[in-house]
Design a protein around this ligand. Structure first.
Ligand code: PGA
Length: 258
């Protein structure tokens, strides 16, 4: 990674046509060239991955929004990590809450995917986050710890290095809702994530592993999450499919020198 700040654009199932996707990608590429201190990772619908070329912007990379838990075989509709890599992806989002809730992904499946991603040399962007019900009964720390330890079960220290795993804290209730946690709340979850990683992999990895915040990020709150919550980056959904809003986010954090 060239810069230290990271912004991931998770386009989800948007936009509907390739020509719109192409226009959005070229706006992002232009912004990437102007802000070299920020690493921008775009996760478009997989069908378009191979059509996007990051060349010319050394701080721009591609990601899959998800991946299969097997390399190949009879898994109709799934996309292998080898295919993602072949199509140009360097990263894969794993354990997004929409996969967990809409497609029944369990911690065990997420663990299997994470292990396979590392084996396939795809960098996992592991998402964790509590639901509204869990937050209401003060279970956030317990859930974060549980999701993290289960996702990383049997993942050996030598497989995990500071530059081959990203962790995103995404409270489920903040995704797409326009409601965000306070900067302090995100800060305490970030500290908890570092503490949990420390107990599994030791201090060196715990201190350096990039932590992202995701959930209703926009141009106005982006800088606050980076500065006050000590996030290393952001995972942006809705606002990443508007070129204007996404460029706002990039520009708003490029002025900070963390
Ligand atoms: P949002 O989505 O920015 O639309 O809240 C974030 C995400 O789902 O990663």
């Amino acid at each position: 990674m060239i810069g230290e700040k990271i912004v991931v654009a998770n386009w989800k199932m948007n936009p509907p046509t390739f020509s719109e996707a192409e226009a959005l990608f070229s706006a992002v590429k232009k912004a990437a060239k102007k802000t070299e201190n920020i690493n921008i990772i775009v996760a478009p619908p997989a069908i378009w991955l191979s059509r996007f070329k990051t060349g010319g912007a050394g701080n721009l990379e591609l990601a899959g929004q998800d991946m299969a838990y097997e390399e190949k075989g009879a898994l109709t509709g799934e996309i292998s990590p080898l295919m993602l890599k072949d199509a140009g992806a360097k990263y894969a989002i794993i354990g997004h809450s929409e996969r967990r809730s809409n497609f029944g992904e369990t911690d065990e499946i997420i663990n299997k995917k994470l292990i396979l991603a590392l084996k396939s040399r795809l960098i996992p962007i592991l998402c964790v986050g509590e639901s509204l019900e869990e937050k209401r009964v003060d279970k956030t720390p317990e859930i974060i710890k549980l999701q993290l330890t289960k996702a990383l079960e049997s993942v050996r220290q030598k497989q995990v290095q500071v530059d081959n795993l990203l962790i995103a804290y995404e409270p489920v209730w903040a995704i797409g809702s326009g409601i965000t946690p306070s900067y302090d709340d995100v800060l305490s979850v970030n500290l908890l994530i570092r503490k949990t990683i420390n107990s599994i992999y030791g201090r060196k990895i715990a201190e350096k592993i990039p932590l992202l915040y995701g959930g209703s990020v926009n141009g106005k709150n982006a800088g606050g999450f980076m500065e006050k919550s000590r996030a290393d980056g952001l995972l942006v959904g809705g606002a990443s499919v508007s070129a204007e809003e996404f460029v706002n986010i990039i520009e708003s954090i490029s002025v900070y020198d963390f």
